[in-house]
Design a protein. Sequence first.
Length: 165
Amino acid sequence: MQANDFKKLIQEDFDEAIEIAIKMDNVELIEMLNKSVDLDNSVSMLFFVEELIEKKETAELHAAAMGIVTFSLSEESGAYQVGLRHIRKAIALEPNNLHYKEDLLYFYELPEMLVSLNEATAVAREVIQGNPNNKTAGALIKYADSGEKGDTETNGKKSKFFGLF
């Protein structure tokens, strides 16, 4: 099935699209969702993924939902909070997945201050243990260890200290 056909099916027969998606293997499903989101980054795609999560909860689907809401729907109020919730669920389902933990670090750098420096540093240290060359985690640890914590906030907003996202 092509992404255009899948997107059209979601719009025309939501229940059938759910049934088809449930039968797909995770790799194929995530690939199809990513292509479909590129064609239509509407709220309907997020709703579709959330419906799938109710029927077939996987870390991959939570990560896909995080990507949709955080990057495609970021202008919507509360998008980052919902994205953070999804990446936390992905990590809970696959606690050894370093990619999901690196995704969580993105939420530290947001002006909304959704992840504390302490939590971000702890997660970055986990990422570095598994991948010593990870630039994002390395930069965050270097920043946290520098003792410049007074510079992390400016008028209640975080500075863009590593800007790798």
